[in-house]
Design a protein around this ligand. Sequence first.
Ligand SMILES: Cc1cc2nc3c(=O)[nH]c(=O)nc-3n(C[C@H](O)[C@H](O)[C@H](O)COP(=O)(O)OP(=O)(O)OC[C@H]3O[C@@H](n4cnc5c(N)ncnc54)[C@H](O)[C@@H]3O)c2cc1C
Ligand code: FES
Length: 328
Amino acid sequence: MSLKKITLDHHEVVCQQGETVLDALLRENIDIPYSCKQGACQSCMLRCLQGTPPVAAQNGLKDVLRQQNHFLACLCYPQQEMVISLSPHADFFTEATVIDKQRLNAETLLLTLHTKEALDYFAGQFVNLKRADGLMRSYSIANNRVHANTLTFHIRRLGGGRFSEWAHQELKIGDTLAVSNPQGLCYYLPNNKEQNMLLVGTGSGLAPLAGIVSEALHHGHHGTIHLFHGSREMDGLYWVEEMQQLARQYPNFHYTPCVSRGDAAVGVALGRANEVAMSILPNLKGWRIYLCGHPDMVNQTKRQVYLQGANLQDIYADAFHVASATLD
Ligand SMILES: Cc1cc2nc3c(=O)[nH]c(=O)nc-3n(C[C@H](O)[C@H](O)[C@H](O)COP(=O)(O)OP(=O)(O)OC[C@H]3O[C@@H](n4cnc5c(N)ncnc54)[C@H](O)[C@@H]3O)c2cc1C
Ligand code: FES
């Protein structure tokens, strides 16, 4: 059996074969931040001071972080002994106060936070929200960059979900949370404003896409912008009026709400959002693509848009991984 010694400050941990650095540290009750355990939230980012992290453990990190030997503990099956430290990037948190809580639908909360320090983020990125006991989860920023200190989030309640149930039921206006550095590669940059854009999201995956649409329109993006938002049933949709209003205001913006089950109201397409999008837009050559929400939808649609002509470099995606259950 191949055992690898991992040193973090004064702790020495032996990583068993087939065990990640994160699992080895948690087994020894070493307190390090983590959330998704699937390489998506970047909250378990560490830095390798001696040794080299496996390439697979740097998946999704910015080039500068890779070069500085940062890696994700939950993806790291060490191939050699490593001396590691907590990453200063993972350590940054600013305090934020809840300034508003509203219902978007029965399952989705619109949460507004005011941060002590202004965050430098791109529309579409996500942050990790941490409560006082250290429980942390990733949520996408739903607004554009005009609001430097005000962040909005769409938090969907999962039955038995520790953070989302608590945010829905117990978190109050005036309470504080810690907010991490913005992260993620699914964001809008105001370049190539003539490029057509397709955005597909399911459930609370509308959050980053709404931020991106708002940012793009704010910057005068003049390529065609198509947003498809999907839910299983009608009551899972939200912001329909607001998006329709935006589509009336900006002729280059098109919005299609979709439901995959039951009866679809007038103006709502019947079918999965990604399938409806693919049938309406069969040729995606030259398009910029944004995908957010259920991991299966995101992965399936990545393949579909590529097969329908989109360039891999033009596909921006964040899958909303949760511990074990599904988001729709
Ligand atoms: C990049 C990214 C962006 C995201 N953005 C958003 C967003 O904008 N909006 C949003 O709503 N979500 C988003 N998510 C998902 C979010 O981070 C949380 O995962 C989600 O809110 C669930 O967290 P929770 O603590 O409520 O549930 P958890 O407590 O983590 O539980 C998740 C589910 O698993 C079940 N479960 C937990 N433990 C067990 C167990 N031992 N056995 C069986 N079942 C179990 C729970 O019942 C629950 O249904 C995002 C995720 C990522 C990675
Ligand atoms: S816990 Fe490692 S990336 Fe989320």
